[in-house]
Design a protein around this ligand. Structure first.
Ligand SMILES: O=c1ccn([C@@H]2O[C@H](COP(=O)(O)OP(=O)(O)O[C@H]3O[C@H](CO)[C@@H](O)[C@H](O)[C@H]3O)[C@@H](O)[C@H]2O)c(=O)[nH]1
Length: 502
C-alpha cells in the first residue's frame, strides 16, 4: 500500500529484474539508479551467474557483495538480491546458448516468483510494482499474482518493439514465417499436397507508425524460416505477456522515432525515457562489466584527434571465423590505428585465438587488441574518430552521445533494424559491406571512407545534430525527462487508486 489517508507521501517500491545478458544488465542498473534518485525504493534482482561474473571482473573494492553499496552511501535506497537462472554457475552459457535460453524460458520464473513472494511478505517497505525486461515471458503474469503493477523495460528501439508487437500482422501478410500453400493432389509431392513458400520480399508498409521497412531490415528472428527455436518461443511468449503490462519504458528518445512512438502510445502506456546512461556517463559507479576492463587511455593519449577506429561487436553475438579474418585484413589494409575489443568467445568459447597468426605482429604499434574495455570511456576519448560496430542498441546510443560516426556490421537480432535507423534514416553512419561475403578490400575502403575528414562526409554533421537531440531530451524540459515524470505520476496515481480500493 502506498499512502493511507493522513500518511506522508511515500514513493513506490519496485522490484527490478534484469535480463541476464550484458546489453540488458547495463541499462537496468542505470534505470534503477535513475528511479532511486527520484525517491523510489528499488530491490534489484540479478542472477547468481551475472553477479559472479561482474564480481570476478572487478574491481569492486569496498562494494564487496553489493554492487550498489557506494550509491547506497549517497542516500539511494537500492537493495540487492541474487537468484539462480536455473543453471549451475560454471555452465558455459555462451557455448550452450540454446540451453541457457531454454532455462530462461522455462525455469527462471519459478526462482523469480519464489523471491518476489519472499520480498512481498518480508515486512519491509510494501512493494508496488515489478519492473522486468520485455524479453522475459512472465512479468505481467507474476506481477498480477502478487497484486503488483507490471512495468516492462524495453532495451531496444521502439521500431523493433513495434515490429514484434505486430507479429500477427506480419504473419497475416506473409512477411513472417513460411506460407503453406495447399496444392491439388496432382501437384502433391512426398510431403503431401502442400508447398512451403518463402516469406514475401516486398516492403512492409502496413504496420502502424512505420512508413515502410524492407524485410531484410527486420530482426533476424523474423527473417528465419524455422520459427520453432527457443528464441522464437521466447519472443512469441514475451510479446503475448507484454500486452498485459501496465507501462512500457523504452530506452529511446521521442524525437528519434516520433511516428513509431506515437502509434504505440495510442495502444499502450509507452514512455521513451532514454538514453538511459549512468550519471556522469563515463564513471562506473556500479560495476556492470562481465569481463575485466583493459585501460586504453595511455595508448589513446598518444594518438592524434579522431585518428583511431574503435571496433567492438558487443557482448553477445558471434562472428564467423572467415568474416573475422576479412575484417582483420581490412583493418591491416586501411593503415589506420584501431582499438579492437575481441571477447574471448567472439568466434566461440572453444576457439580462443581466432586471429590470423601474423596479425598482431603486422599491426604492431598501431593496434590495441583487448578482451574488453570501458566502452563509454573509449568512445569519449578525443582520439576516437569512428566505431565499427555490430549495431547493438546501447553501442549506438553511446556512440551518438560521443559524436562518433558508425560503421555498421549487424550480426543478429535487432542489429539489422538498428542499422537501418543509423544508415538509412538518421544518416549518421555507413555500412561496412554492401556485398556478401565480407571482403577485406571493401572493409578497408569503407573504414577509410568513414574516417576521412572530407566535408562531403555529412554523417559527422548529422551525428552532432542527433547528439543534441539526445542531450535536449535529458534536460529538465526535455522529452525523456518529461516522459519519466509522467510515468512516475501515472504509476503513483494507479497505485493510489489501488490503495484506496483496499
Ligand atoms: O568492451 C566493451 C564492449 C561493450 N561494452 C558495453 O556493453 C554494452 C553492449 O551493449 P550493446 O551494444 O547493446 O550490444 P550487446 O551486448 O550485443 O547487446 C544485446 O542487447 C542489446 C540491447 O537489447 C541489443 O541491441 C543487442 O543487439 C544485443 O546483442 C554497451 O553498453 C557497451 O558500452 C563495454 O563496456 N566494453
Amino acid at each position: 500500500m502506498l499512502n493511507k489517508p493522513g500518511e506522508k507521501h511515500q514513493r513506490p517500491h519496485a522490484i527490478l529484474v534484469a535480463y541476464p545478458l550484458q546489453g540488458h544488465v547495463i541499462p537496468s542498473v542505470h534505470l534503477a539508479i535513475k528511479l532511486a534518485s527520484r525517491g523510489f525504493t528499488i530491490t534489484f534482482i540479478n542472477t547468481h551467474s551475472i553477479h559472479h561474473q561482474t564480481s570476478k571482473a572487478g574491481p569492486h573494492g569496498e562494494d564487496g557483495d553489493d554492487p550498489f553499496a557506494s550509491v547506497g552511501k549517497s542516500g539511494l535506497d537500492i537493495r540487492y538480491i541474487t537468484i539462480s537462472d536455473g543453471l549451475p554457475l560454471g555452465f558455459d552459457r555462451s557455448l550452450n546458448h540454446d540451453q541457457f535460453m531454454a532455462a530462461l524460458l522455462n525455469v527462471f520464473s519459478a526462482h523469480v516468483e519464489e523471491e518476489v513472494e519472499k520480498i512481498v511478505k518480508s515486512g519491509g517497505p510494501p512493494v508496488n510494482c515489478l519492473i522486468a525486461d520485455t524479453f522475459f515471458v512472465w512479468p505481467s503474469r507474476v506481477a498480477k499474482k502478487f497484486g503488483l503493477l507490471s512495468v516492462s523495460l524495453w532495451t531496444e528501439p521502439a521500431l523493433v518493439f513495434t515490429l514484434y508487437y505486430h507479429l500477427d500482422l506480419l504473419r497475416l501478410n506473409g512477411h513472417f514465417g513460411c506460407i503453406v500453400v495447399l496444392l491439388s493432389e496432382k501437384n502433391s509431392n512426398e510431403y503431401g499436397p502442400v508447398l512451403l513458400q518463402d516469406a514475401r520480399e516486398d516492403p512492409i508498409d502496413y504496420v502502424p507508425g512505420i512508413q515502410s521497412i524492407d524485410p531484410k531490415d527486420i530482426m533476424s528472428y523474423l527473417q528465419e524460416m524455422d520459427t520453432s527455436t527457443v528464441c522464437h518461443h521466447i519472443i512469441f511468449n514475451a510479446f503475448k505477456d507484454v500486452k498485459g503490462a501496465d507501462f512500457v519504458l523504452c530506452n529511446t528518445v521521442q524525437e528519434l522515432e516520433p511516428e513509431t512512438i506515437s502509434a504505440l502510445q495510442s495502444k499502450m502506456a509507452f514512455f521513451a525515457i532514454g538514453p538511459i546512461f549512468p550519471p556522469g556517463f563515463t564513471k562506473n559507479i556500479v560495476a556492470t562489466s562481465l569481463w575485466s576492463e583493459s585501460d586504453c587511455t595511455h595508448w589513446l593519449n598518444t594518438r592524434p584527434p579522431a585518428s583511431v577506429l574503435y571496433v567492438s561487436f558487443g557482448s553477445y553475438a558471434h562472428v564467423t571465423k572467415s568474416d573475422l579474418v576479412e575484417i582483420a585484413n581490412g583493418l591491416l589494409l586501411s593503415k589506420l590505428s584501431f582499438v579492437w575489443v575481441l571477447r574471448p568467445d567472439i568466434v566461440s568459447s572453444d576457439d580462443a585465438d581466432p586471429l590470423p597468426h601474423e596479425f598482431k605482429e603486422e599491426t604492431g604499434d598501431r593496434a590495441m587488441i583487448i578482451p574488453w574495455c570501458s566502452q563509454k570511456q573509449v568512445l569519449s576519448h578525443p582520439a576516437i574518430g569512428g566505431f565499427l560496430t555490430h549495431c547493438g542498441w546501447n553501442s549506438i546510443l553511446e556512440s551518438i552521445w560521443c559524436k562518433v560516426p558508425l560503421l555498421c556490421f549487424p550480426l543478429l537480432t535487432d542489429q539489422f533494424t538498428n542499422r537501418k535507423l543509423v544508415v538509412d534514416d538518421w544518416k549518421i553512419g555507413i555500412n561496412l559491406c554492401n556485398r556478401k561475403p565480407v571482403s577485406r578490400i571493401e572493409v578497408s575502403e569503407n573504414i577509410n571512407h568513414l574516417m576521412s575528414r572530407k566535408p562531403m562526409n555529412n554523417f559527422r554533421k548529422k551525428i552532432e545534430e542527433t547528439k543534441k537531440m539526445l542531450e535536449n531530451a535529458l534536460t529538465a524540459t526535455g522529452s525523456s525527462e518529461k516522459n519519466m515524470e509522467q510515468f512516475i505520476k501515472d504509476l503513483e496515481v494507479t497505485i493510489q487508486k489501488r490503495c484506496n480500493k483496499e
